[in-house]
Design a protein around this ligand. Sequence first.
Ligand code: PLP
Length: 474
Amino acid sequence: MLNDDRDFRRALERASAWVARYFEDVADLPVLSRSRPGEIAARLPAAMPEEGESFDALLDDFESIVLPGITHWNHPRFFAYFAITGSEPGILGELLSAALNVNAMLWRTSPAATEIEETALRWLRRALGIPERFFGVVYDTASVSGLHALAAARESLDLDIRNRGASGRDLPALRVYCTEQTHSHVEKDAILLGIGRENVVKVPTDDAFRMDPRALAQLLGEDRAAGHLPMCVAATIGTTSTTSIDPVPEIARICKEANVWLHVDAAYAGPAAIVPELACLMDGVEHADSLVVNPHKWMFVPVDLSVLYTPHEELLRRAFSLVPAYLETPESDVRNYMDYGVQLGRRFRGLKLWFVLRSYGRRRLIELLRGHVAMAQALAGWIEAEPDFEILAPHPLSVVCFRHVPPRLRNDRAALDAHNAALAERVNSTGFAFISTTRLRGATTLRVAIGNARTSERDVRETWELIAKSAHEG
Ligand SMILES: *Cc1c(COP(=O)(O)O)cnc(C)c1O
């Protein structure tokens, strides 16, 4: 039990010592958990204890049962999906906000939570070159940020779906445009908003996996002619598989002409706009109606924290504001963040973002992100120098997509796919590094994503050497 001050202080000291040691030792742990399905659950008691247990017992089980079932996202050789960082200032922000246990639904339920969120989002907006007129709000994930953006887009159609719903009435099909490279949440959000998967139109992409603006314009025209109602174009800056960058300025022009909401998903790549030579990533964003950036992806903020920026604050509020009597407040000149989304209760996420921005500072963030891009470019160079490997997509940022093509398999697509999938598994089973795979134009692709604050070029080089060596063992 931990309800006495002395016990809690001791437990806190043990926990903080554990966290500090974890960072010292994490590089020696297997990155990908070796746990088999059900193995962790089988070691846990079937029911909760009748009497409370000591924190020492909890921490012992945390080490012996939980830790083997952890895939270490904070490991310097975690290169799968998108590498992220639960940074030291971010962890401390989480700890302190947990202690306060604030529910930041209304300004008055903790003025500091609202005002720090506003301030940190203003800092971030300026650092990324997003126009001042964009209002920001924190949600948990890009998937949920995107959902709110699409809901605001729907509200902008003035069909009064908020009140009358989208069923039991005569409405045209609302259409959303993206590409087959767009993150899957756009389709999920369309499901949830009653738009339906069939009305998510996949615009063709070019050789570099970017949306083809001419095809978009044509599809918009055809849909209008067919009586559909184009609602939103979802462009991506830094797609999930390859980090391709849709031509946002051209797409924005088309959206303006067609009077369609432009949503820009920069969940991963957005933070990189803080690097001066990458500020061009945000080209065209000034024309967006909504923009998503995930500081929990490439800005060292612990999961979760995603930001939606929009120049249409009032529209977003109109889409979601609904104030029951028990939440009315006397203040009229404050922002109540509950008005901007589905959820009422909100965590004090702004604190960890504010801590990260302050603790690193702009200069260090630029150095780290620039370093990640440089490591990815070095890796691409090593891959290119190996005759039996090929790069499968442009790599403008910190992700490289490639595969091993042994001459004997060159003309056998199925065998090449199996060979590369097996290669990834061989690398991952060593525990030394964790890489993931994707499919590009049908081909199984190895994917290395660099983004952890502790990753060094040596980590990347040794992982590449492991991949190259494992390629010849299959
Ligand atoms: C990772 C990613 C997402 C989803 O992020 P969550 O915060 O996990 O929902 C959305 N869009 C892009 C481009 C991504 O890379």
